[in-house]
Design a protein around this ligand. Structure first.
Ligand SMILES: Cc1cc2nc3c(=O)[nH]c(=O)nc-3n(C[C@H](O)[C@H](O)[C@H](O)COP(=O)(O)OP(=O)(O)OC[C@H]3O[C@@H](n4cnc5c(N)ncnc54)[C@H](O)[C@@H]3O)c2cc1C
Length: 341
């Protein structure tokens, strides 16, 4: 068996974050091509779920390190433990989520063990002739896609944003759970955590939404988002936004979709008054169905859309809202066989 593909999991508030399943599935694909195994690392104080679930997404082994020191996220301790585990396990590849946690831990690990790291990958594969990891990510302001290799150092390390890969179908599988005990050196830290503030209650994470209604500069004014909110509310969706609308303070940053915002992959994505710049498309192109509204027939967004409405958004969106309200108001028996959108 060749050296393993290791996954650093994200555990938030006692739960395994879905991005860990996405990465475990991708690690399985890579490991199958390399004739190697998938080793998933879980570091936590308390866990509501069973680590065994990770086997059904592709793990062969799950390393469990349960310790009080993981109660609050401390980047230094995670770095110490991951570095020690990498030296012990000698994996050929290490994957981590490009969340705040992964983005702070993995660069520090790369520095500690002297290897490279490609951040924010949007594609991962194995080069057939060399077995090297192909790490693809947008570069030069998102204008090109660069594929990066790490030929001389090990492990090859990459972070990947949530929702870049789909969670694989669950399979019935079993594997080995191995404990990993920390020594005092690993718990040494210069960081003193003063406070921990969770997101405000009710604050939505658009990455968790099945439907997202996003607005762009074509809205012309901040109040345009009130119209989009009506559409989103009917569909129980979230609100997304292009970067210029954030810069104009029409919407807050957590709603930004794209290269310097969030990557989303909902079932249904509305791009309204958005031109379709590569940096925006990088954040939403894996959506299942894309519906766009733009008055410019040559807008780039139409090239990635499943349904394209060419015209003024202030004519089209109110009609969409009206029709949806009518359809949703009908008794269930009248709606059989009809789709909602
Ligand atoms: C390093 C870098 C990172 C970036 N990161 C991001 C990112 O994360 N997310 C992001 O979105 N952008 C990002 N950008 C910016 C990106 O390049 C574009 O400038 C931006 O996406 C354009 O936003 P927009 O589509 O809202 O605006 P515009 O490009 O101005 O497009 C507005 C669209 O609205 C249409 N329109 C106008 N009026 C109407 C109307 N009445 N009805 C219907 N349609 C109308 C127009 O035809 C036009 O297509 C980044 C840029 C750089 C350099």
């Amino acid at each position: 068996m060749n050296p393993s593909v290791m996954v650093y999991t994200e555990i938030r508030n006692g739960s395994i974050h879905p991005v860990s399943y996405e990465l475990t599935g991708k690690a399985r694909e890579l490991a199958d091509k390399l004739n190697s195994e998938v080793v998933v690392v879980t570091l936590f104080n308390k866990l509501e779920e069973k680590v065994e679930d990770l086997f059904s997404f592709g793990a062969d082994r799950v390393i469990v390190s349960q310790d009080e020191c993981f109660r609050l996220f401390n980047q230094e301790i995670h770095t110490n433990v991951m570095s020690a585990l990498i030296l012990q396990e000698q994996p050929q590849i290490v994957l981590a989520p490009a969340t705040t946690g992964g983005r702070t831990v993995l660069p520090a690990v790369a520095g500690t063990i002297h290897t490279g790291l490609t951040a924010d990958c949007t594609g991962l594969d194995i080069e057939e002739e060399s077995d090297l990891l192909l790490q693809t990510r947008p570069a030069i302001g998102g204008n090109i896609m660069a594929t990066i290799k790490t030929p001389h150092h090990r492990p090859q390390m990459a972070t990947v944003r949530p929702k870049t890969f789909k969670i694989p179908e669950k399979r019935s599988a079993s594997g080995v759970v191995e404990p990993f005990y920390l020594n005092d050196d690993m718990k040494q830290t210069t960081i003193e955590i003063l406070d921990y503030q969770p997101l405000e209650a009710g604050a939505e994470n658009i990455q968790d939404k099945d439907i997202i209604v996003s607005g762009g500069k074509g809205l012309k004014r901040k109040e345009g988002f009130d119209l989009l909110k009506q559409l989103a509310d009917i569909l129980q969706g979230g609100i997304g936004a292009s970067r210029p609308t954030i810069e104009a303070k029409w919407m807050e940053y957590p709603h930004q979709v794209g290269l310097s915002g969030k990557v989303v992959s909902p079932k249904l994505y509305f791009a309204i008054g958005i031109s379709g710049a590569v940096q925006h498309i990088a954040g939403m192109e894996t959506s299942e169905i894309i519906v766009s509204v733009n008055k410019d027939p040559d807008a780039s967004i139409f090239q990635v859309s499943d349904y394209a409405f060419c015209g003024d958004l202030y004519d089209i969106v109110p009609k969409m809202i009206e029709q949806l309200k009518e359809k949703l108001a009908k008794p269930v028996s009248d709606k059989e066989g009809e789709s909602h959108v």
